[in-house]
Write a new protein. Structure first.
Length: 168
């Protein structure tokens, strides 16, 4: 009875050993830092892709996070824009939503869900800019930065494998 169980687990153990050697060649195991970072980016992504992905994601996140903080101390310009959208009484709520979206995006266990929330919120920004009658360049730029930055770090969100994404 024990022999078939050992036989069935051999491929799993072999894959696990191969995976650990790929990640951390000197010890054959994941360090805590690698385990945390592997949730924010996939293993097998080149260093330059990771850096560009993080830079794009951080810049866009800082913009939205800053926008959320500013909503707690609104200026006349912010209130004027929100009045055009009939949302001036929801200024603090919008600020909370912006901060929430960024925080969910950067928590490792919720980063995939946060990515989709972030993209949805960016869509609302674009619609708001169109309703006001402005060109939606800030929303499109922020959306492109989040989308490209995240997919450079996590190509599996679109069903790409890390190996096939290296050629793109």
């Amino acid at each position: 009875m024990l022999l078939p169980l050992l036989h069935m687990s051999e491929p799993f153990l072999t894959r696990k050993v191969r995976f650990c050697k790929l990640v951390h060649r000197s010890r054959g195991q994941l360090t805590p830092k690698q385990a945390l970072m592997s949730v924010l980016h996939e293993i097998g992504i080149s260093k330059s892709r990771r850096i560009v992905g993080y830079v794009l994601s951080i810049l866009a996140s800082l913009g939205i996070f800053g926008s959320g903080i500013i909503k707690f101390f609104p200026t006349e310009k912010i209130l004027f824009i929100l009045e055009q959208l009939n949302l001036s009484e929801y200024t603090i709520m919008i600020g909370l939503i912006e901060i929430f979206v960024v925080v969910i995006y950067w928590i490792p266990k919720t980063s995939n869900f946060g990515f989709f929330l972030f993209c949805s919120y960016i869509g609302a920004i674009i619609v708001g800019e169109l309703v006001i009658g402005e060109l939606p360049l800030p929303g499109l730029t922020t959306g492109a930065m989040i989308f490209i930055g995240t997919l450079l770090r996590k190509p599996s969100l679109l069903g790409w494998s890390s190996a096939s994404a290296k050629t793109i």
